[in-house]
Design a protein around this ligand. Structure first.
Ligand code: GLC
Length: 435
């Protein structure tokens, strides 16, 4: 800001405070509190980034990164024809992976609605040869197969003319330098109303993009209230990289465990709400056909376990291909995670972060009087932990139930890990605590 503009500071400060006022008088309904508990125990979700950007195979930021003008970007829509899309297959894959919910992009930063919106024709039904509302197809299938569906919604919009004044991105879309912010927010609320009305009960809304204009008045109070009025159980979370704002129901971290900031943009403040962290299988959210940097199944399982040990869910992303298929490298890993969860899910689902904070060697999770010690990386035959402060009745391996030798000493708990029983990904020792 030039010094001549310093008089703007108080105005900006006011705008900032308006932006974060959010739904201050919010009192979550009983259904909402119930949904939060469900969420906290669900532990694993499948994130899906899918849009017309998938056609270019270069991630969901391609419009901005390649400085494509909105007018040119619009041409993409006529080629989006995902004839291989089978919602039954996607939902079945999510379930086979052990995911308890799906979070899918309803509109990403390119502003393109993957649903039948009445407030714009910049949507899949009006602009593509496919002409079908894929969110509706997926929502129906999710309801049928009993898995919750959340909608990702980008508040940031590189296409809408009224997304003005612009934020940090989207400057090269060739839009005239004018627009009415309030009209944009009305448009956004109208689309959210559609998402909360036409797709049956949904898990919640996963907001993203507020970071583009962190100081703007996003009218969050109004938007959040509308969502909670329409579906009180719907959980609101926002990837604004700050501590949760009033009206939100869960806190998310992008590519980081709660309280960590290796990504460089996350807050280290962890609030009291249910937690979630998301990450990619390769290095892209949207389909990227040259990105072969796939994480191993082991690394993904470790991420899931470490998230659980940090009291957080793991939302693992796939970017389906433009034909509607999910690429085989993703499918293979998801199925392997699912197989692992079938064996070891007891130590993940329904647990909370355990009594010992995450350590380099692994984490603990807990369910009632049962503590699960997840040994991820520990080369030695015994492991010393801080004492749990409760007597232990029994210690056994989750894998085969065999007894694990342990010693309780002053201030310490010594676990003997039978070397021949060390598991490929995670050796889980179950400690049953005395009442
Ligand atoms: C970031 C990216 C966005 C992606 C999201 C997922 O906000 O801008 O493209 O959808 O992360 O966490």
């Amino acid at each position: 800001m030039r010094s001549g503009n310093l008089y703007l500071l108080p105005i900006l400060a006011l705008a900032f405070s308006l932006g974060v006022v959010a739904q201050t008088d919010y009192r979550p309904s009983r259904d909402n509190l119930e949904a939060r508990r469900w969420f906290q125990e669900a532990k694993f979700g499948l994130f899906i980034h899918w849009g017309i950007y998938s056609l270019l195979g270069d991630g969901e930021w391609v419009m901005n990164n390649r400085r494509i003008r909105a007018r040119d970007y619009e041409k993409l829509a006529q080629f989006f024809n995902p004839t291989e899309f089978d919602p039954r297959e996607w939902v079945a894959l999510a379930k086979a992976a052990g995911a308890r919910y799906i979070t899918i992009t309803s509109k990403h930063h390119d502003g393109f609605a993957m649903f039948d919106s009445q407030v714009t024709d910049w949507d899949i039904v009006d602009r593509t040869p496919y002409k079908r509302d894929v969110l509706k197809m997926l929502a129906d299938e999710c309801h049928k197969q009993g898995i919750k569906l959340f909608f990702y919604y980008s508040q940031l919009d590189w296409h809408h003319p009224d997304y003005y004044p612009r934020g940090a991105t989207g400057h090269e879309a060739g839009r005239p330098a004018q627009g009415e912010w309030d009209k944009y927010l009305d448009f956004m609320d109208a689309q959210l109303r559609e998402l909360l009305t036409n797709y049956g009960p949904i898990g919640g809304i996963w907001f993203d993009g507020m970071w583009d204009k962190p100081d703007a008045d996003w009218r969050l109070a109004k938007t959040y209230k509308m969502i909670h009025d329409l579906q009180p159980q719907a959980l609101i979370g926002s990837n604004h990289h700050r501590a949760p704002l009033p009206g939100e129901d869960f806190q998310m971290f992008e590519k980081d465990f709660p309280g960590k900031n290796t990504a460089g943009f996350n807050t280290t403040e962890v609030g009291a709400l249910p937690l979630e962290t998301c990450d990619t299988i390769n290095n892209s959210w949207g389909y990227n056909f040259t990105d072969n940097g796939f994480k191993s199944t082991r690394a993904l399982i470790h991420y899931l376990v470490r998230a659980a040990g940090s009291d957080a869910n793991f939302l693992l992303n796939v970017g389906p291909m433009p034909n509607g298929k999910i690429q085989p490298e993703f499918v293979a890993r998801l199925r392997e995670i699912g197989r692992w969860l079938k064996q070891n899910g007891e130590a993940i689902y329904g647990t909370r972060g355990g009594p010992i904070a995450p350590r380099p060697w692994g984490v603990t999770t807990q369910k009632g009087r049962t503590v699960y010690v997840h040994v991820l990386d520990w080369p030695d035959a015994s492991l010393i932990l801080p004492a749990l402060g409760r007597r232990i009745n029994r210690a056994r391996l989750l894998s085969d139930g065999s007894a694990v030798r342990y010693e309780e000493r002053a201030g310490e708990l010594l676990l003997h890990i039978p070397p021949r029983r060390v598991e490929e990904h995670d050796t889980i020792i179950v400690l049953e605590l005395a009442p």
